[in-house]
Design a protein around this ligand. Sequence first.
Ligand SMILES: Nc1nc2c(ncn2[C@@H]2O[C@H](COP(=O)(O)OP(=O)(O)OP(=O)(O)O)[C@@H](O)[C@H]2O)c(=O)[nH]1
Ligand SMILES: [Mg+2]
Length: 310
Amino acid sequence: MTSEAQRLLDGDRRALTRVLTYVENGYAEGDEALRELFSHSGRAHIVGITGSTGSGKSTLAGAMAREYRKRGRTVGIVAVDPTSPFTHGAILGDRIRMQDLTSDPEVFIRSMATRGALGGLAAATGDVVTVLDAAGKDVILVETVGAGQDEVEIADTAHTTIVINVPGAGDDMQAIKAGILEIADILVVNKADQPGAESVYKQLHIYTDLQRREGWNVPILKTIAHKEQGIAELLDEVDHHREYLAQSGRLEEMGRHRARRQLLALARTMLLARVLDGDRGAARVEELVESIAEREIDPHTAAERLISGR
Ligand SMILES: Nc1nc2c(ncn2[C@@H]2O[C@H](COP(=O)(O)OP(=O)(O)OP(=O)(O)O)[C@@H](O)[C@H]2O)c(=O)[nH]1
Ligand SMILES: [Mg+2]
């Protein structure tokens, strides 16, 4: 084992910071660390927190982390910054909101400002989670903005997905429209101190009554994140969900599902990289593109030739 991975396992925070940087940037040192750390991961409970911009994801994550610490559990927080990595104020804001947490050695906060060099958002996030898991964090909170594909991918990584709703987002419940509610294991109405919260709460009840899911009834909780209200109940529901996953066999099933997805995604990337390797590969692609465009060959046959090297 490299000394860096060993230091991380021994609880060295600076080693953890460095390994995360390697992993996020897709450096070879990151791949090496991931290989070594993988067998040490798989213990953490991974919680996805998603919701629209400004719905209070970071505030809620901070409040949850404080409550977890009261319960003696260690925490990792991964904030995946939305669209514009350089101009967005989220990271600075998060620092201020979570300042008291940063002095706690048992809490580790990582804001990801950039998309991973290798496989886009989800791949890098999954690897960052694996590293924090191996570093011994009991709970890992992953914050993503509910804007499209990303939070669905997060639902694939998280054991428990919390979807935040807030009052004042219009009557028509954007989350319902966007289909984000379907990935929720727990629904939260944050900003319950604001007018309209009760109406959002009622709409969510109607929605979940219609949705009835096998084995798990999606709870709906009200929180006031910046006042740390409703947080203990939320943690209880996360624990409750974890128990449900373990007892129903879903936890094991999720592990297999994730393993299959990772294996196939990596194999696909590696195979393609091999086929496209070097100038010859690129030239061969251009030749085949030309042949398809000229209708001399169909795409299916062309792909077979590309792969078999004929
Ligand atoms: N009134 C009220 N304000 C809240 C509550 N929770 C969070 N806020 C405030 O809402 C604002 C946005 O909170 P954030 O935690 O940054 O929201 P976010 O979802 O992480 O935002 P992005 O990361 O930018 O998408 C901050 O000013 C918070 O203080 C709440 O329960 N009630
Ligand atoms: Mg945030």
